[in-house]
Design a protein around this ligand. Sequence first.
Ligand code: FEO
Length: 389
Amino acid sequence: MKGRKINDSVSWMGAVDWNRRLFDSLVPLPDGTSYNAYLVRGTEKTALIDAVDPAKSDVLLSQLEGIDRIDYIVAQHAEQDHSGCIPLLLDKYPAARVVSTPKAQGMLLDLLGIPAERVVSVEDGKTLPLGDKTLEFLHTPWVHWPETMCTYLREDKILFSCDFFGSHLATTDLYVTNQVVVYEAAKRYYAEIMMPFRSIILKNLAKVEAHDIQMIAPSHGPVYDQPSFILDAYRDWVSDAVKNEVVLPYISMHGSTQKMVDHLVSSLAERGVKVHLFDLTVTDIGKLAIALVDAATMVVGTPTVHIGPHPSVYYASHLANALRPKLRYASIIGSYGWSSKAIEQIAGLIPNLKVEILAPVMCRGRPQAETFAALDQLAASIADRHTKL
Ligand code: FEO
C-alpha cells in the first residue's frame, strides 16, 4: 500500500501485515496487524516517527521513494516491529539521527547494532523543532517496554503513541470506521501487552491527557480521529472497577470436570453472574486475556494429570498470573482418580493475583450430589461477593 496523507505536513507510512497470525511467537493475531510509521515535514526539518517490522522493509522503502532527506528517525520504542528497519534507513539517509529516550538508546545499540554516534537521546518533555512544526517527547514507560515514549505534534495536536492505544488489526482504513471492531482489537492489545503494568498505564494516560489531543496515531491499527473513544476505553480498563463476571478456563479429560463446569455455569447464571467459559483445548488465549480485563472472579477447572493440574490449565494459570488482571476472587474446581495436588499447585502459580481464594471443589471420580451442592455453595459465595462490589 502507498503512503496516505493525514494533512499537508503529516503522512501515514507503514505496512499492513494481513497474514501474520502470531506476534512475539506468543500472541495470537486473528485479524493480522499493521506497523505504522509517520512522516512529519516541517519547513526546515523532516522526521520519520517509528519504522516497520523488518519483514516489511520493502513496503516502507518504496513509500519513501522521492523523499530525499530525513533528518530525524524518532524511535519511540526499541522493539523490532518498530525499530527493525532503522539500520536500513540510516544507510539510506546518512545525515539522519535517531531520536530516542536515554533507555532506548542502549537497547537500540544492543538489539540492532546502530552506531552510538547516530543516536540522540531526549529527556522527558523536551522538544524538537522542525521549523513550523514542533515535536514534544513524552516518556511513557511500559507501553510496552521500560524505554517507550510518545510524541506530541504541538501545532497539529496529534499524539503519536506507538504501542499505547494500538490494535492488532489489518485494514485499509486509515481512520477508525468501525468502533466495535477496533474496540475488541484494542482491548485484546491492552490485555496482552499493557495490563501487567496497569498502575503505570494509568499515570501515562493522565500524562498524555494533559495535552489537547485531536488525533491519536498509534503504530499498530487505524488512527483515532475521535480520540475520546479510545481514551474512554483505556480509562475503563485501567480503573480499579471490576464487573459482575466470572472467567472460567478449564479442561476435561473424561467428562467429570465438564459436568462440574456445566453445573457451576448454570448455578452462576441463575444467580445473575455472567460467565466467560473457555475450553482450553480450543480457546483463543487472547479471548481469555480480554475477559480477564474486567472480571471480578476467575475459577479454574482442571482434571488431575498424575497428581497435578492438566498442563494446559497450568499454562493458563501462569498466563493469568503474568497478565496481573484486577481480579478480586479465585477458586479451583476439578476431579481426580486417586489423589491430587492440583489445588496447591494452581494456587502456587498465581502469586501476583491479589485475590481471596474461595473454597475449591474437587471430587474423586464422577461428581455426585455432594459435589453439586458444593458447587452451588461456591456460586452463592461468588454471587454474594459480587453484589458487594
Ligand atoms: Fe509493537 Fe512492543 O512493539
